[in-house]
Design a protein around this ligand. Structure first.
Ligand code: NAD
Ligand code: MG
Length: 392
């Protein structure tokens, strides 16, 4: 029996994780669940999964959550704050931590789980983008097992030869990250200028949280994933190719030196990579429908358009620049996406805010977590000021 903490259990990945866990009650038990705003949902999850602990951000939410749990005679103990998130991530009673908080808020608790040597199922790509060097150093030092849940990286992980992660990369020529192209794949720049949050969040194939949905629409998601891949698989930005594949069935590919290309396929349902990560190196069922290729009939592929989707270029350049450039890119993007979701800026202004934040920045190598957080905070302040100017 393995015990799991789900950081961000009320989100899209969190819910899918609990769905898979519930299918295998004889193998996995829930230690702690965490959430931010959806307190009634969190209370329901705690009762349904028998969580020992629940963690929320502040004392008010904790008070409300205790009320919801007590109403149903639940016994889950409620804690709050970042330190409590870290505690339930590194507790000696925990074997597996699903890191599914969205954005920079996921970094500190995920790192706590890494430092405690847990098996980490990493959905929170932003933590690697922000602090890749520090994060991977911590993985090496603690001997924790890091398994990618992002579907593309999970696919690549499944297609790589065993020798690769042990350090022998000689068999592999390049990694190919597939991208759906998002809801605006065929839109002109002019059309994208007036795109609404509802349109941006209506992803054609995947049902996800709002932030990653907007990132998919701008293709910043693929840019963040390029940086994520570089850290996970020790590649340079030019060893990772991006391939637009609108059906989201081929989740990513590995090209070998002999001309072979291995791909992982499946229906677009995150329960597959989640089940893979949970059971690795074994396999468990996930309730994902069998892939019916005859029914899908056609798979198509095209090159990404870096002119209509400037976030791809910005992320590539940040990956090449290295140092704190990816942290700045990520912070600016989080601020800009939030402003877009709140209808304060237009869709195409997301890339503009990110570009202008990056261009005013003097990049440096962040030697510590504090330095990363400092770059993150400075980038956020610049982005906030840029957004104020755009609103005038
Ligand atoms: P979501 O918005 O649906 O859920 C986010 C979760 O994080 C919620 O539980 C929320 O309560 C919690 N949270 C938000 N802000 C917080 C804060 N400040 N402090 C503590 N908790 C906070 O997001 P999602 O779609 O589930 O994505 C989660 C992560 O997984 C993201 O990093 C995303 O990039 C990654 N991911 C998601 C998918 C997907 O299909 N949804 C696929 C690949 C990767
Ligand atoms: Mg992905």
């Amino acid at each position: 029996m393995q015990s799991i903490t789900v950081l961000g259990s009320t989100g899209s990945i969190g819910e899918s994780t609990l769905d898979v866990v519930a299918q295998h009650r004889n193998q996995y038990s829930v230690f702690a669940l965490t959430g931010n705003r959806q307190l009634e949902k969190l209370a329901r999850q705690c009762l349904q999964h028998g969580a020992q602990y629940a963690v929320v951000n502040d004392a008010d939410s904790a008070h409300q959550l205790r009320g919801f749990i007590a109403d149903q005679n639940g016994t889950t103990e409620v804690l709050h704050g970042v330190e409590a998130l870290c505690e339930v991530a590194r507790s000696a009673q925990v074997d597996i931590v699903m890191a599914a908080i969205v954005g920079a808020a996921g970094l500190i608790p995920t790192l706590a789980a890494v430092q405690a040597g847990k098996k980490i199922l990493l959905a929170n790509k932003e933590s690697l983008v922000m602090a890749g060097a520090i994060f991977m150093q911590a993985v090496n030092n603690s001997n924790s097992t890091l398994l990618p849940i992002d579907s593309e990286h999970n696919a690549i992980f499944q297609c790589l030869p065993a020798s690769y992660l042990d350090g022998d990369q000689s068999a592999v020529k390049k990694l190919i990250l597939s991208a759906s192209g998002g809801p605006f794949r065929t839109w002109t720049m002019e059309q994208m200028k007036s795109a609404t949050p509802e349109q941006a969040c209506a992803h054609p194939n995947w049902s996800m949280g709002n932030k990653i949905s907007v990132d998919s629409a701008s293709m910043m998601n693929k840019g963040l994933e390029l940086i994520e891949a570089n850290w996970l698989f020790k590649t340079s930005p030019d060893q990772v190719e991006i391939l637009v594949h609108p059906q989201s069935v081929v989740h990513s590919l590995v090209q070998y030196v002999d001309g072979s290309v291995l791909a992982q396929l499946g229906n677009p349902d995150m329960r597959t990579p989640i089940a893979h990560g949970l059971a690795w190196p074994e396999r468990i069922t996930s309730s994902v429908a069998d892939l019916d290729l005859a029914d899908i009939a056609q798979l198509s592929f095209e090159k990404p358009d870096r002119v209509r989707f400037p976030c791809l270029r910005l992320a590539f350049d940040a990956a090449v620049a290295g140092g704190d450039a990816p942290a700045v890119l990520n912070a600016a993007n989080e601020i800009a996406v939030e402003a877009f979701l709140n209808r304060r800026i237009g869709f195409t202004e997301i890339a503009q805010v990110v570009e202008n934040t990056l261009s005013g920045f003097d990049f440096r190598e962040p030697g510590s977590l504090e330095a990363v957080q400092d770059s993150d905070a400075r980038a956020r302040a610049i982005s906030v000021a840029l957004i104020k100017q755009l609103e005038i």
